[in-house]
Design a protein around this ligand. Structure first.
Ligand code: GTP
Ligand code: MG
Length: 155
């Protein structure tokens, strides 16, 4: 089954959005296979965002991501990478769809954020980057267990 690396960024942790974000992935039917709170070093974050090195915003991105703890997670399920990105919304939250009613979910960024440099969450952009990011954030490996709900979620 496909796996994706999802991370609540320091602003999401500080704003108390961890439970809400985890809840959306649980509710959708994804299986949680790794989770931890980490205050990452700039060196670690430079590896995570290695493909953005050279962008004008790179130093401020690293500073933002190192400004507090993040919640690192791996979620598994059907089309996890693409669906995870869709649940996050666009990089710039201003272009992301908010929920139609206050009690309905839109995208995470569309519901909670306004600025591209404070966009709450990260999601892997391809299966290859997901596997690279999972290795970087969880070098200790991942717990195996049976997700009993799966038989009610998939045919
Ligand atoms: P991630 O899930 O965090 O990887 O975001 P993304 O895949 O939607 O966007 P991308 O990988 O291109 O950029 C990584 C992060 O850099 C974004 O989530 C933003 O926080 C930040 N970023 C991207 N573009 C800009 C920009 O133009 N200005 C600023 N200030 N930050 C940016
Ligand atoms: Mg990205």
């Amino acid at each position: 089954d496909e796996r994706t690396y999802i991370m609540v960024k320091p602003d999401g942790v500080q704003r108390g959005l961890v439970g809400n974000i985890i809840g959306r992935f649980e509710q959708r039917g994804f299986k949680l296979i790794a989770l931890k709170l980490v205050h990452a070093t700039p060196e670690h974050l430079e590896k995570h965002y290695a493909d953005l090195k050279g962008k004008a915003f790179f130093p401020s991105l690293i500073q933002y991501m190192a400004s507090g703890p993040v919640v690192a997670m791996v979620w598994q399920g059907l089309d996890a990478v693409k669906t995870g990105r869709a649940m996050l919304g666009t990089t710039n939250p201003l272009q992301s769809s908010p929920g139609q009613y206050s009690f309905a979910y839109g995208t995470i960024r569309g519901d909670f954020a306004l600025a591209v440099g404070r966009n709450i969450c990260h999601g892997s952009d391809s299966v290859e980057s997901a596997e690279k990011e999972i290795g970087l954030w969880f070098p200790e490996g991942i717990v195996q267990y049976t997700h009993d709900q799966a038989k009610w979620i998939f045919e």
